[in-house]
Structure formats: structure tokens, C-alpha cells
Design a protein around this ligand. Structure first.
Ligand code: CA
Ligand code: CA
Length: 364
């Protein structure tokens, strides 16, 4: 079996925009976890304006796997004004979606640990023995032993021993970030988790419908203004990529899955924080015809991921938009890629009567 990073590289190059297009080589990258600098007046000011408290969404009550009911409807998927045409963002098309449930949050380390404790599951990164980590997150000790990099995106390094429990390789731990999204999970790992939870991955259409939160033709889940009232609404990159993330939004690296305000459907961090796997195979060719519950191509090489990550900056990876998309091979894993699950019925809702009532009300 080929090492996962070789396939990952292949996908990376396939997805790469032409040089000079103004877009960076791959899907969003980069981030150092270093906290916002202290003792610096500017940093202190930024901390005040963009503190975790200022940008915090509602605190999560109950288990983080709680789902939102998203009612049947029709929306405009994709865009006729693609920022990255080679990603297949166009054309816009009307898509009907049958009601479903969607996790409000990216799957956290806490939730993934429950899965592993319950099943003994071993992720693909653990089986392969390595995974991709953004160079800016790595210690000098770990970097010293790495002699390979992605030519067109040298900030990605294959790190032996990097996996969901050790996101930056040997010596790194997740104890202090159990409420952060799980990382280094392949598409297959995500499918296994969702099945264990009585759920499934969302289709790309369902994901984008959930991202838009009931708003038509907007760039972001909350509208077209990246910083409403001067506030950050997503965990992306500020500063100069890949050398300096100022952490103006409160986070370098990942943020807790409950951070930032939710969208109109109660979804958190649909754009930014971590990329999210979807069920669909990847294609850049779409019909403009109206469709019902599309599931993408029946075959493919790569799976679709949506939403961008904490490594995204407009200058090289303007993919923290609902219409944006990218892809990876199903066995790929990296330090900026996670997932959330969907379901036809809510496995946490034991009241079928209540669910039937809600669906009847919301579908009319
Ligand atoms: Ca950030
Ligand atoms: Ca996300």
C-alpha cells in the first residue's frame, strides 16, 4: 500500500491552480499555535477586540454531537462568480434538499476519543505511521528528522508519528484541546466514526445548504461582509502566509468547535477552523440544471472537502466561502482537516413523536 502522503501529494498537484494565478498551491494551509503575543500593546488591543470571549458563540449545552434539524428546501448551490474557477465553483444551480440533521459542531477530540475507546478503532494515519503537519506548528526537534516536503507547498511536512492523539507528532498531546476539532482523520476514518454514531457524512449539497444557513447567494455563512461590526466570525489566517499568523481572530491553529457565532441554522465553524470531509466524489463539472438531493459522481479519485481552515488567507487560499471546495484522496490526513456528520433521523432524539411534529411544522 502506498504511503498516504504520496497519494496526498498527487492530489495536491492535481488540485493546484496554475502558477501565477494568484492562488496558492493547495487548499488552505498554515498556522502556528503560538498564542497571541503578550506584552505587546498592539497584541493586547487585538486581544481585546478579538478575544475568545468577544467571538465566542453560545456555550454548548449537552453533548457536542448535538444536531440541528434542517428543513426541506431549495437553495442556490455554487456561484456564477467563482473566485477560484478551477475548483468547479460554477455554475450556480438550484438544488432541492430533503430535510436532514447536521452536527452543529465539527467532531471534537472528546467525541473522537469516545469512539476510539468504545471500538478500539485505529485511524489510517496511525496505520500508515505518518500524516501531514503544517511546518509552522512543528518543534525544531521534529523538523530536524524530516527530509521531505511538498515542492509546491513546502510548509507541509510528512511527520512520522503524527496522528489525532499527537497532532504535531511525537511529544505533542491533545489534553489541552479536547474541545478542538479532531485532526489527521482520513475520509474513511470519518465514515467509520459517523456510522458508529448512527450517522453518515453529509453530501456536498447538504453541507453547502447547511453552510448558507438560509441565506441566498452570500459568500459566508453570515453574509458578504467578512468582519461584521469589525468582529471576526471564523477562524482563518491573519497576517502573511506562511510566515506570520497574527492570530487577530483569537486563534493561531485550531479553535474550540464552539467558538464564534453560529449561522442561521445553528451551525458553528462551517467555514474556517478545519476543512470538513463530505460524502461526494470530486468533479469540477456540474450541470446548471435544477436537481434534487444530488450526491455527486458515482466514481472518482478524490473526495470533496468544504469550508477552508485556520490556514486560509484571501491572498492564497480564498476558500473560506460556502461555494468554495477542494479535494483529497480518501486516505489523506492532515493537521487542518476534520469533519462533521449528518443523519436522516437524529440518533440522539428518542422522541419520534417530537421529531415528527417538528418535521411537519418545518416542512409546511
Ligand atoms: Ca486564526
Ligand atoms: Ca470548518
Amino acid at each position: 500500500m502506498a504511503a498516504p502522503w504520496s497519494l496526498w501529494l498527487f492530489a495536491l498537484f492535481l488540485s493546484r491552480p496554475p502558477l501565477g494565478s494568484g492562488e496558492a498551491a493547495s487548499g488552505c494551509h498554515a498556522a502556528s499555535r503560538a498564542a497571541v503575543a503578550s506584552g505587546n500593546p498592539l497584541a493586547e488591543n487585538l486581544r481585546f477586540r478579538y478575544s475568545r470571549e468577544a467571538n465566542a458563540g453560545r456555550p454548548a449545552h449537552g453533548p457536542l454531537q448535538q444536531m440541528a434539524f434542517i428543513s426541506t428546501g431549495v437553495f442556490t448551490m455554487g456561484t456564477d462568480e467563482p473566485a477560484i474557477p478551477q475548483d468547479g465553483e460554477a455554475p450556480s444551480r438550484r438544488v432541492h434538499i430533503r430535510h436532514f440533521y447536521m452536527d452543529r459542531y465539527e467532531v471534537s477530540n472528546t467525541e473522537f476519543e469516545k469512539f476510539v475507546t468504545s471500538t478500539g478503532y485505529i485511524t489510517e494515519a496511525e496505520r500508515f505511521g505518518d500524516s501531514f503537519v503544517f511546518e509552522g506548528l512543528l518543534s525544531e526537534t521534529v523538523k530536524r528528522d524530516i527530509h521531505q516536503a511538498v515542492a509546491a507547498a513546502p510548509w507541509w511536512l510528512p511527520v512520522k508519528g503524527a496522528n489525532w492523539k499527537h497532532p504535531e507528532g511525537p511529544g505533542s498531546e491533545i489534553h489541552e484541546r479536547m474541545d478542538h476539532p479532531v485532526l489527521h482523520v482520513s475520509w474513511r476514518d470519518a465514515v467509520e466514526f459517523c456510522a458508529w454514531a448512527g450517522k453518515r457524512l453529509p453530501t456536498e449539497a447538504e453541507w453547502e445548504y447547511a453552510c448558507r444557513g438560509g441565506r441566498e447567494n452570500r459568500l459566508f455563512p453570515w453574509g458578504n461582509n467578512l468582519h461584521p461590526n469589525g468582529k471576526h466570525y471564523a477562524n482563518i489566517w491573519q497576517g502573511t502566509f506562511p510566515s506570520n499568523d497574527s492570530g487577530e481572530d483569537g486563534y493561531t491553529g485550531t479553535a474550540p468547535v464552539t467558538s464564534f457565532p453560529p449561522n442561521g441554522y445553528g451551525m458553528y465553524n462551517m467555514v474556517g477552523n478545519v476543512w470538513e470531509w463530505t460524502e461526494d466524489w470530486w468533479t469540477v463539472h456540474h450541470s446548471a440544471e435544477e436537481t434534487h438531493n444530488p450526491k455527486g459522481p458515482s466514481l472518482g479519485e478524490d473526495r470533496v472537502k468544504k469550508g477552508g481552515s485556520y490556514m486560509c488567507h484571501k491572498s492564497y487560499c480564498y476558500r473560506y466561502r460556502c461555494a468554495a471546495r477542494s479535494q483529497n484522496t480518501p486516505d489523506s490526513s492532515a493537521s487542518n482537516l476534520g469533519f462533521r456528520c449528518a443523519a436522516d433521523s437524529n440518533p440522539d432524539d428518542t422522541s419520534g413523536e417530537m421529531r415528527g411534529h417538528r418535521e411537519a411544522v418545518l416542512d409546511t
